[in-house]
Design a protein around this ligand. Structure first.
Ligand SMILES: Nc1ncnc2c1ncn2[C@@H]1O[C@H](COP(=O)(O)OP(=O)(O)OP(=O)(O)O)[C@@H](O)[C@H]1O
Length: 297
């Protein structure tokens, strides 16, 4: 896992389905040991890109390499595992039987009890799959994915439909595993999930990478604050002409001013007008995301 060969290398990758251009030219390098979130709204092209990394489909143009190999070769060598959203589980057998059955398909596998423990499902090992919650089933898929001790783990929206607690437990298992050096790429449209659990966020929209950086870098790309104040008949033109102001909106008795430098706006409102009840809020990743992609999820 400590070679200098990238874990993932995409070069000019496109994917068309008839007239639909799902992926429109993605260049991406992921180094070994990185935990990367693929963040984007529905239909952004995340699954199409992951499918190409898994060798489940071929790029229309460009190339995808996993650990210096064609994706199919990397899979065949057990270097890549995936945790998908649904499917692949038999309901009538237990958690342990599911892992044991999967292990029997590999020539070399890790110890079943070890992967159950790592995925945090030792306590439910004898439970039938159909009795497991959505979050427990995802941790079971994670345990199955760990059997080949892959260098790269790909997860496609693994926490869809889970409650907050399920998500937290799931990610704590993934994070503590990743600390041992595994490369992890996960697709999500939960902004806070990307911000909280990834070291790097690749923001994807309409089949392209629109931003790539840490959570704080992504936020600072669309930095700024909103100043809200109660003010009758605000002089919107004067507010708009303050340095760094990019939006002024009046809603009822409130004026909302979005600006790079909120101090300038606050000083003006307090000194030059009868504004009161000032509130200043930082832009979250949600707003940054909407600004950057111009999309609502
Ligand atoms: N097999 C297919 N045939 C036709 N169009 C497809 C196919 N697979 C995906 N698409 C289209 O390609 C685009 C990208 O889809 P993709 O599933 O990659 O996005 P996504 O970012 O994973 O979305 P989601 O978050 O909803 O899973 C969408 O417009 C989708 O409808």
């Amino acid at each position: 896992m400590s070679s200098s060969i990238p874990a993932v290398s995409l070069s000019g990758v496109t994917k068309h389905f008839g007239a639909v251009q799902a992926v429109r030219g993605i260049d991406l390098t992921i180094e070994p040991g990185e935990v990367v979130a693929f963040l984007g709204p529905n239909g952004a092209g995340k699954t199409s890109t992951i499918d190409m990394m898994l060798g489940l489909s071929e790029p229309t143009s460009g190339s995808a390499q996993i650990l210096g190999l064609e994706p199919r070769d990397a899979i065949a060598r057990g270097l890549v595992s995936a945790v998908m959203q649904t499917g692949g589980l038999l309901k009538d057998i237990t958690v342990r039987e599911t892992v044991a059955y999967t292990a029997s398909l590999f020539v070399h596998t890790r110890d079943i009890d070890d992967v159950l423990a790592e995925a945090g499902i030792t306590g439910i090992a004898d439970r039938k799959v159909e009795k497991c919650s959505g979050g427990e089933q995802q941790r079971l898929r994670f345990a199955m994915a760990l059997l080949s001790d892959p260098a790269l783990l790909l997860l496609d929206e693994p926490t869809t439909g889970m409650d907050v607690e399920g998500r937290r437990t799931f990610w704590s298992a993934i994070r503590s595993d990743a600390q041992k050096g595994r490369t992890v790429l996960f697709a999500t449209h939960y902004l806070e999930e990307a911000d909280q659990y990834a070291d790097r966020i690749v923001l994807i929209s309409h089949g392209k990478v629109v931003a790539d950086g840490s959570g704080s870098e992504i936020k600072s790309l669309a930095s700024g604050r909103t100043v809200r104040a109660t003010l009758n008949q605000p002089d919107t033109a004067a507010l708009a002409s303050l340095p760094g102001v990019d939006n002024v909106e009046v809603r009822g008795e409130s004026v909302y001013v979005h600006a790079k430098d909120s101090d300038v706006v606050a000083r003006y409102l307090l000194n030059e007008t009868s504004a009161r009840d000032l509130e200043i809020t930082a832009q979250g990743l949600e707003e940054a995301f909407l600004n950057l992609t111009g999309d609502a999820t």
